[in-house]
Write a protein that binds this ligand. Structure first.
Ligand SMILES: N[C@@H](CCC[C@H](N)C(=O)O)C(=O)O
Length: 258
């Protein structure tokens, strides 16, 4: 079989994107997805995304982690899928699309995608960390400096030790300024550090706001792959109107024999 694909990245979180509007892709073939995401034997990517038709919105995004299993919501993947839908002519500037955690509104302008995330009301504050779900589960832990922190070693330990087989994504955060944070993330399903994680960045912004580390409503988060911004509103402990904002780019396209 020969498959046509596109490669996208959003602040260095990279994805194989496939136009599956004809429903030709074998969606239960975990090994095939893992092969396509493999950086040595396949195309390479932190995940794979199918763009499909949807009866209730402009399109549907189906997201797989690099291990080949369908994942929970992917923020950077969502932003890349909006750019892909725009490239394919499925949408213009504004859209509403469906994903695993429900509908998302988004806009794209000059390569910058603003993606609305689901409201967040459950935030577990522990002495050492914060746990919350922004479409995907996230552990947020403060560290003095992220630069020399052993993200892979410590992230892997927590991902399995604290959260078991189901796991969680693990974020290590440093405060840079009143409204600016730096984060490095160990991603479940990739089982490694990625250069950026959109739902992780969203979780960091909410966790920092909820813990009183910032009172800003537009928060900058520096990832290893570039800056993302999160807009949010808080009322009675409920976070709404959450937007994840940043670039999403097509890198190359091709065909692969598999
Ligand atoms: N890179 C993603 C997060 C993807 C979800 C995650 N790996 C999981 O299934 O837990 C993002 O940008 O949000």
């Amino acid at each position: 079989m020969t498959l046509s694909f596109y490669k996208y990245q959003g602040t260095g979180n990279d994805f194989v994107l496939i136009d599956n509007r004809q429903l030709k892709f074998p969606k239960n073939d975990t090994k095939l997805v893992a092969f396509l995401c493999d950086r040595k034997f396949g195309i390479g990517g932190d995940g794979l995304i199918l763009l499909e038709n949807d009866e209730l919105s402009d399109f549907r995004m189906v997201y797989y982690n690099a291990d080949g299993n369908e994942g929970s919501m992917c923020g950077n993947g969502g932003r890349c899928t909006v750019a892909f839908a725009n490239f394919l002519g499925v949408i213009e500037k504004d859209t509403v699309f469906n994903a695993v955690d429900g509908k998302h509104a988004a806009t794209i302008e000059n390569g910058i995608v603003s993606l609305q995330m689901q409201d967040v009301s459950e935030i577990k504050e522990k002495p050492e960390y914060v746990f919350l779900n922004t479409g995907s589960p996230h552990h947020v832990q403060m560290v003095k400096t992220v630069e020399n922190f052993e993200v892979y070693k410590e992230g892997k330990k927590l991902r399995y030790g604290l959260y078991g087989q189901i796991g969680s994504n693990i974020n290590f955060v440093e405060i840079l300024e009143d409204d600016t944070f730096a984060v490095r993330t160990y991603e479940r399903g990739v089982e490694d550090e990625t250069l950026s994680c959109g739902t992780g960045v969203t979780a960091v912004a909410i966790a920092m706001h909820n813990a009183g580390k910032t009172s800003a409503n537009r928060i900058k988060v520096n990832t290893q792959g570039g800056e993302l911004q999160v807009e949010l509103c808080e009322k009675d402990g409920i976070y709404s109107h959450i937007h994840l904002i940043g670039p999403a780019k097509q890198v190359f396209k091709g065909k692969i024999v598999c």
